[in-house]
Write a protein that binds this ligand. Structure first.
Ligand code: SIN
Length: 490
């Protein structure tokens, strides 16, 4: 992307949709209220968007329900073509979409660009899956009659998406829902609604009928979604966000047994064994830790390194993180943008203070950067005490604690000693150890000699308190389908 000018920034903000999108129409909040969107790198207001009310959310569900029958009956090939066209438009407009994302979320432009490509891949993947929804036909084992199963769209969905990947976390829910023939209400995070509105605009331009995808934004997420959980027409909820909020939503969904997919918090261990290729481990550690400024549920949260190579690993990681330029995501060469807001930056600072208070050594960073914007320096900590909070808490920031282990059993025990189970990263050149450790770790995903697992063609999701359900891959569309079994007496 060419150097971004103030005029480019003004153009993408001025032309971005800012109203609720309900039944194919853009409209203001029924209360007339608006919500300010902040640039986390300057703390200045970028613009304001409609601040939806519970009545708006119900109107969005009404629109989704009105559109449901026709959309479910729309030929899969037509659904697929709309997704395919959306994928193409996203790529054609990737520069503007990336700039919009950087402005509202803060990540460097190169990362926003990568997210748009990643997000569009979900749309392409599910355009290909839309025409591959099938059922089964078999003989009853006792020979009398036949068993038929068919897959049908589950029905109207509520999709709640986070601020850290404002577009990709949307497309990996919207893509399969659209492909399956479901209609939906999407509620993006209040910090980053512009990317979701832009996506809705693109999908509409690609031919998505009004009412299939409805978007509501609000500063009061809980109050706005609450009436939807009481509505018998809502059939499915998919949430990406923190484990505490996920648990609250599960409670609400349990009232009417709404089917849930939950992509929740992580505490990813990154294990480096003494036989690992250290160059590869360090290179991949930078990706696993620093992608998205560490604000990812699959970010490496803690490094457990064999005691014989820990000092060297920490020194090399320190050298890499020290040279990463911190700054506004639109500035040339910046690799580390601001955190999303003041409370996230304070949380990261608090975790570092706790670790240092318990004896950790700061190898680099360890402090806020600048007076304006929510910047925090890339940080490496060594000599981590086992009771440091950041070994248990999801950091969601650019902080890499390096702890040590003595043997394989020790490493596995440390990795599994968390209530989370989203992803782990393992670095070893011993194939037998690789499989032993892979099988022993209690996670939904594992990067073996790789620091990145995210892929539209693969099932993303966790175990334990990291949630359940899978997004992406052939599994992703199953979350939006229900199976009907027909007993045939022939
Ligand atoms: C997340 O942080 O929630 C998801 C990241 C990814 O898909 O890579």
């Amino acid at each position: 992307m060419a150097i971004v000018t103030a005029a480019d920034e003004k153009r993408v903000i001025d032309t971005a949709p800012k109203q609720l999108f309900i039944g194919g129409q853009w409209r203001e909040s029924s209360s007339g209220a608006t919500l300010d969107i902040e640039d986390p790198s300057t703390e200045d207001s970028l613009c304001s968007v409609a601040d939806g009310t519970p009545a708006d959310a119900v109107a969005a569900l009404d629109a989704a329900c009105d559109a449901a029958e026709d959309w479910a009956a729309t030929p899969p090939r037509d659904r697929s073509e709309i997704l395919r066209r959306s994928f193409e438009l996203m790529n054609e407009r990737a520069d503007d979409l990336a700039l919009l994302m950087t402005l509202e979320m803060g990540k460097p432009l190169s990362e926003s660009r990568a997210e748009i490509v990643y997000a569009a891949e979900f749309i392409r993947w599910f355009s290909e899956q839309a025409v591959r929804i099938d059922g089964r036909f078999s003989m009853n084992p006792n020979g009398s009659g036949r068993l038929l199963t068919m897959k049908q769209p589950i029905g109207p969905c509520l999709l709640i998406t986070p601020w850290n990947f404002p577009t990709a976390m949307g497309t990996r829910k919207i893509g399969p829902a659209v492909a399956a023939g479901c209609t939906m209400v999407v509620k993006p995070a209040q910090q980053t609604p512009l990317s979701m509105f832009a996506l809705a605009q693109i999908m509409t331009e690609a031919g998505l009928p009004g009412g299939v995808l409805n978007v509501i934004t609000s500063r009061k997420a809980g109050a706005v979604t609450e009436p939807l959980f009481d509505d018998p027409r809502l059939r499915k909820m998919s949430f990406t966000g923190s484990t505490p909020i996920g648990k609250k939503l599960m409670e609400q969904a349990s009232k009417r047994l709404i089917k849930c997919s939950m992509e929740l918090g992580g505490n990813a261990p990154f294990l480096v064994f003494d036989d690992a290729d250290l160059d590869a481990a360090v290179e991949q550690a930078v990706i696993a830790k620093m992608r998205n400024i560490g604000e990812s549920c699959v970010a490496a949260n803690r490094f457990h390194v064999h005691e014989s190579v820990a000092d060297e690993f920490a020194a090399r990681l320190t050298a890499k993180l020290t040279e990463m330029p911190v700054g506004r995501g639109t500035d040339d060469g910046v690799q580390v943008g601001p955190l999303i807001d003041g409370s996230q930056r304070d949380k990261v600072a608090g975790l570092v203070e706790d670790a240092v208070g318990k004896g950790a050594k700061v190898m680099t960073g360890g402090d806020r950067v600048g007076d304006k914007g929510y910047f925090y320096a890339p940080t490496v900590l060594s000599d981590i005490s086992p009771d440091a909070e950041l070994l248990r808490e999801e950091i969601f920031g650019p902080v890499a604690p390096v702890a040590t282990f003595a043997d394989e059993a020790d490493a596995i025990a440390a990795a599994n000693s968390t209530e989370f189970g989203l992803v782990a990263y393992v670095f070893t050149r011993d194939i037998k150890r690789a499989f032993r450790v892979t099988e022993a770790l209690d996670v939904g995903m594992l990067g073996l000699n790789r620091g990145l697992v995210s892929n539209a063609a693969a099932p993303f999701g966790g175990v334990k308190e990291s949630g359940f359900g899978r997004e992406g891959g052939p599994e992703g569309i199953e979350e939006y389908l229900s199976t009907k079994y027909v007993a045939l007496d022939l």
